[in-house]
Design a protein around this ligand. Structure first.
Ligand code: PMP
Ligand code: GLN
Length: 384
């Protein structure tokens, strides 16, 4: 058989690899990002109600109207952005689907797409499958913020799209108002489109506000904003998310979405609509909920020998282990999993050209007990 791979350089995702390694070695899994606590009770109750209540056939292709209306209300409330739920919001089967569909909808052969390294791993394969070329611009080491000069220098006549991610996985950094202004100036001047991966929008800490690209009129007009209920509702396995984009872009998005998944699981959509309407406190309280976990993890790591990069958003924490080992990060996390009993994610896999750094990512979306047990094991690595 003459099988010509369309993704020749691509293996199994690091999340699958590390979660399997954690399970094989009985290690505490702080690698793949998912909570080890359950979905809120009222959301489960609503799900059961709709599952048993006959809400089990195809919903509309763009998602049920009630859920889209609730999303529009939330966006109005948090970002003061007026979004038409009919023509600008599409419910998708996870943010992964939304990101893939947005890329297929607008990127063609020869188009260049800029991503910032370290970049979440589903962006580049989507660009490759669309026939495009991914151009990697590194974030500034240490702060993991955008180097706007390098970004501007990477734009040329073939550039079609920039993909941003804030709060940022794996770094935990967030875009500032200045970042948004500079991006807006660039995309308008060079006639570019943007995908804004905002799946961690409700996990921003220390009193800061999430700066959605929906807050900028200029950016909004050119952007697909993607968010995920998986993160917000402690339900990563439910795979329900959404994409907000102006009508013209949403039209192109839906042309592809209808042939990728067509639509998304019905009872889950109804349950999420109920939960958003009757329990908005859930997403309003999420920053404090995760900030406490971030702080618990950090305080338990004080004498561990790891140096933590401040995390201002997401449920991830970067940890520099250079005081503990000279090993490259892939080897270090393997040893951590096998010998110490805690799994993390090597950050180098998210780079086209990994810099000289010794950093791993830990997920703190875990029960306090899990965090205490994991950090006790990590602290035991510190030299006496
Ligand atoms: N983008 C980022 C930055 C993520 O961390 C994730 C997932 N964990 C996704 C997209 C995909 O989200 P979903 O699980 O809803 O497909
Ligand atoms: N986004 C999750 C993470 O960063 C993983 C999602 C996945 O496994 N595809 O850990």
């Amino acid at each position: 058989m003459n099988l010509k791979s369309k993704l020749p350089g691509v293996g199994t995702t690091i999340f699958t690899v590390m979660s399997k390694m954690a399970a094989d070695h009985g290690a505490i899994n702080l690698s793949q990002g998912y909570p080890d606590f359950d979905v809120p009770g009222p959301l489960l109750d609503a799900f059961e109600k709709y599952l048993r209540g006959g809400y089990n056939q195809y919903p509309p292709m763009s998602g049920i109207a009630r859920l889209r209306e609730q999303i529009a209300l939330k966006v109005q409330r948090l970002y003061h952005a007026t979004v038409d739920s009919e023509t600008e919001i599409t419910v998708t089967s996870g943010a992964t689907e939304a990101l893939f569909v947005a890329v297929q909808a607008i990127v063609g052969p020869g188009d260049e797409v800029i991503v910032f390294d370290p970049a979440y791993d589903c962006y580049q394969p989507a660009v490759t499958l669309a026939g495009g070329k991914t151009v990697h611009v590194p974030l500034i080491p240490g702060t993991f913020t955008i180097d706007h000069d390098r970004l501007a220098a990477a734009v040329n006549d073939r550039t079609r799209l920039i993909i941003v991610n804030s709060p940022h996985n794996p770094c935990g950094s967030t875009l500032s108002a200045d970042d948004l202004n500079r991006l807006a100036t660039l995309v308008e001047a060079r006639d570019l489109l943007v995908i804004s991966d905002e799946v961690y929008e409700h996990m921003v800490f220390d009193g800061k506000r999430h700066l959605s690209l929906l807050t900028s009129e200029t950016l909004r007009a050119r952007t697909f904003v993607v968010s995920s209920f998986g993160k917000t509702c402690h339900a990563t396995g439910w795979k329900v998310a959404y994409c907000i984009a102006p009508p013209e872009l949403t039209g192109e998005f839906r042309k592809v979405h209808q042939f990728v998944t067509f639509t998304t699981h019905t009872p889950t959509q109804w349950a999420l609509a109920d939960f958003m309407e009757f329990h908005p406190e859930h997403y309003l309280e999420l920053p404090a909920f995760y900030q406490r976990k971030r702080d618990l993890f950090a305080s338990e790591m004080v004498d561990s020998g790891f140096t933590l990069t401040p995390s201002s958003g997401t449920y991830f924490q970067l940890a520099d282990y250079s005081a503990l080992s000279d090993e490259p990060d892939s080897r270090f996390v393997e040893r951590l999993t096998r010998e110490v009993g805690v799994a993390g994610i090597p950050v180098s896999v998210f780079y086209e050209e990994p810099p000289e750094q010794r950093i791993v990512r830990f997920c703190f979306a875990k029960s306090d007990e899990t965090l205490r047990n994991a950090t006790a094991k990590l602290r035991a690595m510190a030299p006496d």
